[in-house]
Each structure stands twice: as structure tokens, then as C-alpha cells.
Ligand binder design. Structure first.
Ligand SMILES: [Zn+2]
Ligand SMILES: [Zn+2]
Length: 339
């Protein structure tokens, strides 16, 4: 039997999502003493906390991004208690090492998703539905227009596009986020087509996963890499790698961008790439609905993305749903300073 907690298990404060019973924050956006981190993207894992707790596969990612931090890693499903509040991490399927954070006190359960996707990407441990009373969900793509194509077909299309450029003697510049998307793209590239180069932001991040995940051979593009070597190659780079001086090094090339936003024509036009590939590490509309249903929750709190529209839809369907403001940014189509 659930006893009522004297305060909400999680509250939205100016520093982040706060559990006052345990005096700990989830993915805080201002420096705090103790932070539980869902995954390694810059808007969720920020610099300046005294102590970090995260999934064990995310420890190396955090150290790569944030330098010398005090961090402890936990396995999926492993429980740990702070002031009698029980926490555990569960796969969110978003990027390697990403987790939903389950919080339990006196039989009341809240789950904070961080970011997630439902479809198995073939590289990340798939999303695990976790039963809860209150579900705090991202809603980056929380309107009905977003339906993702089969990712296997998208990877095939990318290899066909590369092969055609290779045949024409041109390089293929493929843009995707340096954590998550880039490894997923790299994992499914067909190295028999040609050589694979990485922008250093992608290559150095991918090196963190050497030994734990399988990738075709790749090397960082350097000042010494010749245009001749790049002809016919595929170059994997973050969306922010749009500096003219860097692009001039590539010689004759075609560009492609892999993102959920490539689903909409306006976003494709804004990005002005030659080829759009619809591939996202976030849940699409059916994925978000399936996730909410699978938790069997009564309450839903939507954060970042189409929060209001998604919450309104859920209320119409009988959930007690509301929106809370956070500083998470979601997936962006624009170049960002943080690679
Ligand atoms: Zn993320
Ligand atoms: Zn996010």
C-alpha cells in the first residue's frame, strides 16, 4: 500500500529536477553538490557539479567531455539509496550509456526519461519500459507528423548515396551529432565502398567506445590528409562542422545530414544539405505514446520539445498531464557551438 509522501518526490527548481528527500538533482543545469545524470549530451550532463552518479557506460563519456570530475557508475537495474530514497538506471535506448532514472520512496515511483527512443538502433541497449506513477518524458518530436522510417532502410540509403558519390570521385560529408548519432552511423557504414574519415570531435568521442562496440576502420581527418585521399571517402562530422576553411579541405563533395528534423521540408531547406536522412535518437510520435502507455502511469510531465501539445493530447486521453520548463534543448537542426 502506497503511503503518501509529504512532498512531491521530484520538483522542478531553478537549478534542475530536485529530489528534496534525497537532496539530489537529476540532470541539473546549474552547479549542485550531487547530480544523477541520465546521459552524456551537453544539455543534460553539465560541468561544475561536485559529485556525479551515472550509468557505468556513461562514466568514460562524462570524463571525455567534462575532464576530471568525481563520478561513480552503476549498472542497469542496480538500486542505490540516498536518505531512504531508492534510485536505479534503466536503458532509454537514446545513445550508448543513456538511462532513464527511476526514483522510489514509500512505494511511490517516478521515472525521468532523460532522452529516449523506442526503436532498437542496433548499437544501443533498447528502451526498457518501467512501471511508475509519474512519468517525466521528453517530447522533442511530440506532434503526430513525426513517424520515423525503418532505420535499416535509412542505413542502406546512406551506403547507396556514398557509393554513388564514390563512383563519381566525390567525397561524402555526413553530418550527425558526435555522441550517439555518429557512432550509430559509423557502425552501419559499408567499409567496402571506400575509406572512412572522422572529424576529430567524432573520432575522439568514438575512441571512447573502442573495445566495447564494433566499428569499421576509420581515421581522424587531419591537416595532412590530402584531397586525393578524400576523393570517394565518407567523412563523418558533427552538424557544427560548417566552417568554410574546414570544408575547403574536402575538395569536391556532397553533404548529407542525419536527423529527425530532416522529416520536415522547412528544416531540410534551412540546413541546405544535398541529402536528408531521417534518423533520430529520439522517440517519434507513436514511440512517445507507446512509452507513456507502457509505464501504466497516472501522471505525465512533459519536458523539452512540443511539450504543451503533447501534454494537451494526453489530457484529452485521460492522463493527468502537465508541462514543466527545463533548460534541456532537444535535438537541434542548427549548428551548435558544442560539438
Ligand atoms: Zn540527448
Ligand atoms: Zn534532451
Amino acid at each position: 500500500m502506497k503511503k503518501k509522501n509529504p512532498v512531491p518526490l521530484l520538483e522542478f527548481t531553478s537549478k534542475g529536477i530536485y529530489c528534496s528527500l534525497a537532496d539530489v538533482y537529476l540532470d541539473p543545469w546549474r552547479p549542485v553538490a550531487k547530480a544523477i545524470i541520465s546521459h552524456g549530451h551537453a544539455d543534460h550532463a553539465r560541468w561544475g557539479h561536485k559529485q556525479y552518479i551515472t550509468h557505468q557506460d556513461n562514466v568514460a563519456i562524462l570524463k571525455h567531455r567534462l575532464g576530471a570530475i568525481v563520478v561513480s557508475g552503476k549498472a542497469y537495474g542496480e538500486t542505490f539509496s540516498i536518505n531512504n530514497v531508492t534510485f536505479s538506471f534503466h536503458p532509454s535506448g537514446h545513445v550508448i550509456g543513456a538511462a532513464q532514472i527511476r526514483v522510489e520512496h514509500r512505494g511511490e515511483v517516478w521515472v525521468f526519461t532523460g532522452d529516449y527512443k523506442i526503436k532498437n538502433d542496433g548499437l544501443t541497449l533498447p528502451f526498457e519500459p518501467v512501471k511508475c506513477h509519474t512519468f517525466i518524458t521528453e517530447s522533442t518530436f511530440g506532434i503526430p507528423v513525426f513517424h520515423w522510417p525503418d532505420p535499416v532502410e535509412v542505413h542502406t540509403a546512406i551506403n547507396h548515396w556514398w557509393a554513388a558519390n564514390n563512383k563519381a570521385g566525390r567525397a561524402s560529408l555526413l553530418l550527425g551529432y558526435s555522441l550517439g548519432k555518429a557512432q550509430r552511423l559509423l557502425h552501419f557504414l559499408d567499409p567496402s565502398i571506400g575509406p572512412i574519415y572522422t572529424h576529430s570531435a567524432v573520432g575522439n568521442m568514438t575512441a571512447v567506445f573502442e573495445g566495447t562496440h564494433a566499428f569499421p576502420p576509420y581515421q581522424n581527418l587531419t591537416a595532412e590528409t590530402s584531397k586525393k585521399a578524400l576523393a570517394g571517402s565518407l567523412i563523418l562530422a558533427p552538424p557544427a562542422a560548417t566552417e568554410a576553411s574546414w570544408l575547403r579541405k574536402l575538395g569536391d563533395y556532397r553533404s548529407g545530414f542525419a536527423s529527425g528534423w530532416m522529416h520536415t521540408r522547412g528544416a531540410r531547406r534551412r540546413r541546405a544539405v544535398d541529402q536528408a536522412f531521417v534518423l533520430s535518437d529520439h522517440a517519434d510520435w507513436p514511440g512517445l505514446l507507446a512509452a507513456v502507455k507502457a509505464t501504466q502511469c497516472e501522471n505525465v510531465i512533459t519536458t523539452h520539445g512540443y511539450t504543451d501539445l503533447f501534454a494537451q493530447y494526453l489530457r484529452e486521453k485521460g492522463w493527468n498531464a502537465r508541462t514543466e520548463k527545463t533548460n534541456y534543448e532537444g535535438e537541434s537542426i542548427d549548428p551548435k557551438p558544442t560539438l
